[in-house]
Write a protein that binds this ligand. Structure first.
Ligand SMILES: NC(=O)c1ccc[n+]([C@@H]2O[C@H](COP(=O)([O-])OP(=O)(O)OC[C@H]3O[C@@H](n4cnc5c(N)ncnc54)[C@H](OP(=O)(O)O)[C@@H]3O)[C@@H](O)[C@H]2O)c1
Length: 214
């Protein structure tokens, strides 16, 4: 697959590093020097946001959540995303309250899907901290990390494959009506991270241990 990132920060680098051996990857950010260095460090191509989206079969929106809609505009606007799978990894959370900033009960993912009617949108990778995604081997005590995702329409198979390609097991929670649950769960994760918890210990799902039934 051809994967284009809008954003070239911590999450973009962690995911691109996992995918660049198996797929063609392009990073784009706001600051050219920083973006070039980030792309080089993970074996990815570098481009503008518009180039990354034009290049891609799959676009990962990896700016801060408050920059997502500006970045969609910079990348060429909604029509540039037509026919592509778009993965929303963003957490619209404020660290003032550790609550989501979406107060209408609907998710950022649904708002993105409304703005990009020609794309196949889903949410994934938002619930674990960047240090977890950087782990080469995503098994913990011999049990594989399970990654929840939501998706609409044509995004299911592609997102599941890309989760498998980072070394985790995909588990579809449902369509994007469920994305607000992933965002709220991430608010809990972020609250505990800010309280000093180890990122590997907070609300990460792992494949269940199978015990004999007595
Ligand atoms: N960090 C985590 O542990 C983690 C875990 C799960 C999910 N998330 C979510 O993932 C998203 C990214 O997090 P991050 O930690 O990777 O953020 P980050 O390190 O701050 O990176 C953000 C990137 O977006 C770029 N950017 C900002 N506005 C842009 C625009 N209009 N067009 C193109 N690029 C733009 C920035 O470029 P410049 O640096 O040049 O400004 C930077 O490369 C956030 O929404 C976050 O909630 C983060």
């Amino acid at each position: 697959m051809k994967i284009g990132f809008v954003g070239a920060g911590g999450m973009a680098q962690a995911l691109a590093g996992k995918w660049s051996g198996k797929h063609e990857v392009m990073l784009s950010g706001r600051t050219p020097d920083k973006t070039r260095a980030a792309a080089q460090s993970v074996g990815a191509k570098v481009g503008t946001a518009a180039e990354a989206v034009a290049f891609a079969d799959v676009v990962v929106l990896a700016t801060r959540s408050e920059d997502v809609f500006t970045a969609i505009g910079t990348a060429g606007g909604p029509s540039a995303f037509d026919g592509k799978v778009v993965i929303d990894i963003n957490n619209p959370i404020t660290i003032e309250t550790f609550l989501t900033t979406r107060d209408d009960g609907r998710s950022l993912t649904q708002a993105i899907a409304e703005v990009l009617p020609g794309a196949h949108v889903g949410k994934a990778f938002n619930m674990a901290q960047v240090a977890v995604w950087e782990d080469r081997d995503m098994t913990y005590d011999g049990r594989q990390m399970v990654t929840l995702y939501t998706s609409d329409g044509g995004a299911d198979g592609v997102i599941a494959q890309l989760i498998a390609d980072v070394g985790a097991e995909p588990l579809r929670l449902g369509d994007n009506r469920h994305a607000y649950q992933l965002e709220a769960a991430a608010a809990m994760v972020i609250k505990f991270l800010f309280a000093g918890a180890d990122p590997h210990t907070i609300f990460n799902f792992i494949r269940p241990e199978t015990k004999p039934i007595r």
